[in-house]
Design a protein around this ligand. Structure first.
Ligand code: DON
Length: 304
């Protein structure tokens, strides 16, 4: 298979869709991103890689960080994590509050905002300096010291994060947040503000595709069972109320972010990251979804 040619064909096919989606403007700093940006990076576990477009330019990974947060929590605390967060698809938008009230403050899964906020609360108790540890973890598995937080994006989100504040407060009222609400929100926004390129993301997620063992430093971060479970949650919950659609069209475990990034993996084989800031109405990259659908259709490389 000529992957360079395949990516180039896909690029031509999606070109008319670029700039069609809406950049996330509920975070003022993200509204400034050029909607014409577009990158793809495909990295095979054996080492071969293929890139297109702005694959080496960093962007705000936003909710993609939720996968790294879960890896960090499960790696340290084990399966206890799942006592405070469930593993069911929500079928609701990523920042929804509706299920939380009648499910007594237990979020549906770790990849919606409520779930990631509970995970953040756990990380505050589990690590002396969770912000630094998270950064070092992302740098280690991407093999890049250039990975960094964007303080301006974190601040910008904090200033208008009223829904996230409501979510943490509601969960605190049910006893599922142990720390100070402001501390949880601040660290969560820091995690979301991490900036990585498609290249760095694809390399980092090869760790998950490789059953939790980094292809960079050979360290095993997850047990086999932890790998299986995190990958299953990516498959069922990685795209909020579009998780079924992503499974149907693409057929890979993955995760999106409102910065316009999507990363997907085929366990034992590869990781692929796409960036196009224009989002569809569900908050997932419009072009990113299409690129990955075309990729698995043309290569027959999906889990199904
Ligand atoms: O909390 C938020 O709303 C953002 N920091 C992250 C949301 C996000 O990326 C949802 N992804 N599609």
């Amino acid at each position: 298979m000529n992957y360079a040619q395949t990516l180039s064909t896909i690029y031509d096919e999606v070109l008319p869709l670029i700039r069609k989606g809406q950049v996330a403007d509920y975070i003022p700093q993200l509204a400034k991103v050029d909607p014409g940006k577009f990158g793809i990076y495909l990295h095979f576990l054996e080492g071969e890689s293929f890139a297109m477009g702005d694959a080496e330019e960093q962007f705000s990974i936003q909710s993609i960080s939720k996968v790294l947060m879960l890896c960090m929590a499960v790696g340290k605390l084990g399966e206890r994590v799942y006592q405070r967060v469930d593993v069911e698809p929500s079928g609701d938008p990523f920042n929804s509050l509706v299920q939380l009230e009648y499910e007594q403050g237990i979020p549906r899964n770790p990849f919606i905002n409520a779930g990631a906020l509970v995970i953040t609360d756990m990380l505050i108790d589990a690590f002396d300096d969770p912000k630094q540890y998270f950064l070092e973890f992302a740098r280690a598995i991407s093999g890049s010291q250039g990975v960094a937080y964007n303080a301006g994006v974190a601040k910008s989100e904090k200033q208008c994060g009223f829904k996230n504040a409501a979510i943490v407060n509601l969960m605190k009222s049910f006893g599922n947040i142990k720390n100070d609400v402001e501390d949880v929100l601040e660290l969560y926004y820091d995690f979301c503000s991490l900036e990585m390129s498609c290249q760095e993301l694809a390399k980092a997620f090869c760790t998950i595709a490789n059953h939790g063992k980094s292809i960079i430093n050979k360290k095993k971060y997850l047990s086999e069972s932890q790998f299986k479970r995190i990958t299953a949650i990516m498959m069922t919950c990685g795209f909020y109320d579009e998780a079924g659609e992503f499974a149907f069209r693409v057929g890979l475990p993955g995760k999106s972010g409102v910065g316009g990034g999507i990363v997907a993996i085929l366990p034992n084989k590869f990781s692929i990251a796409v960036w196009s800031p224009g989002l569809n109405e569900k908050g997932n990259s419009l072009v990113g979804m299409k690129v990955l659908e075309l990729f698995t259709t043309k290569t027959n490389l999906s889990i199904f």
